[in-house]
Design a protein around this ligand. Structure first.
Ligand SMILES: C[S@@+](CC[C@H](N)C(=O)[O-])C[C@H]1O[C@@H](n2cnc3c(N)ncnc32)[C@H](O)[C@@H]1O
Length: 267
């Protein structure tokens, strides 16, 4: 199954999603509380899913995609033609509006027209990447088709705004959770806060309740090991998944093969 991303998102697992889902066990409900660009959810396509993110406009965008895809396509199209006509001032106008109102359609527009498609927030939660001068954003007709596909694919997913501990509060031991939190090197780029120690406490809690999880976390790049050590008692298997280069890594001048860790708390 192939699909195109609907929103460009930093840290996307698109290049690894097919490999990652091979390790998933059977479950009743699928939880993905760090949904980001939704690449693993889309690859897996589960019957029952509960997905969340701390980034509220992102969750609002998924709801918009499901509930009113045509209005979303129209909003993108209108701004895209205005940008083509009037130039980059339109991009900065939309960025200012987003940082005031956090409208989901503006987040989609910025992700498709910002420099290198890199979604980046400052500590105040303001989107701060500039305009991609040398490239038009994706054409409205092309994005329109992608939005309609995602709208259909996501119609049975429940979306929740908030911290991963809240959005998975009703998880049971028949369910499965895939976790893809901000990594050490990138956590400052995301919206809101995230602490590694809290994640370890959460994994311990899942273990104590017999709830299966898979966790993507950091990894190694070329021969330079930069594996962030997850305490060994928290997981049963550690896999290394080959990934493509993210725009974040490319911008850092990284041209080596990248592997990312996948930790599983089951055999
Ligand atoms: C690495 S990205 C997920 C990427 C996703 N797997 C994909 O393929 O696009 C991490 C996500 O965690 C979200 N996030 C950060 N802190 C969070 C928290 N405390 N609770 C829930 N989500 C959080 C960020 O907004 C971001 O979307």
């Amino acid at each position: 199954m192939s699909y195109s991303p609907v929103i460009k998102w930093s840290g996307s697992k698109r290049s690894q999603a097919a490999e990652i889902v091979k390790f998933f066990p059977d479950f009743e409900r699928y939880y993905e509380p760090f949904i980001g660009g939704g690449s693993v959810l889309r690859r897996l396509s589960p019957e029952r899913a509960i997905c969340g993110d701390l980034c509220e406009p992102l969750i609002d965008l998924y709801q918009f995609i499901v509930e009113n895809p045509i209005a979303l396509i129209e909003a993108y199209s209108e701004e895209w033609y205005r940008l083509k006509d009037k130039g980059q001032g339109v991009y900065y106008e939309i960025r200012r509006r987003f940082n005031k109102l956090y409208l989901p359609q503006d987040l989609l527009f910025l992700s498709r027209t910002c420099a290198n498609g890199l979604i980046r927030f400052n500590r105040k939660g303001e989107f701060n990447n500039g305009f991609h001068i040398t490239r038009d954003g994706i054409k409205p007709e092309t994005l329109g088709k992608i939005i309609l596909e995602w709208s259909e694919a996501l119609k049975n997913v429940e979306f929740r705004r908030g911290d991963y501990r809240q959005t998975t509060a009703d998880i049971t031991d028949n369910d499965f959770v895939y976790l893809d939190p901000p990594y050490f090197a990138t956590k400052g780029m995301y919206y809101g806060g995230f602490e590694f120690e809290d994640l370890c406490d959460y994994l311990e809690y899942l273990n104590s309740r017999g709830i299966k999880f898979a966790l993507s976390y950091d990894g190694i790049s070329g021969d330079k090991s930069r594996v962030v050590e997850l305490p060994k008692e928290l997981y049963k298997q550690h896999k290394l998944i080959k990934s493509g280069l993210s725009s974040f890594k490319r911008l850092q001048g990284n041209v080596e093969t990248v592997y990312e860790s996948l930790y599983l708390n089951f055999e």
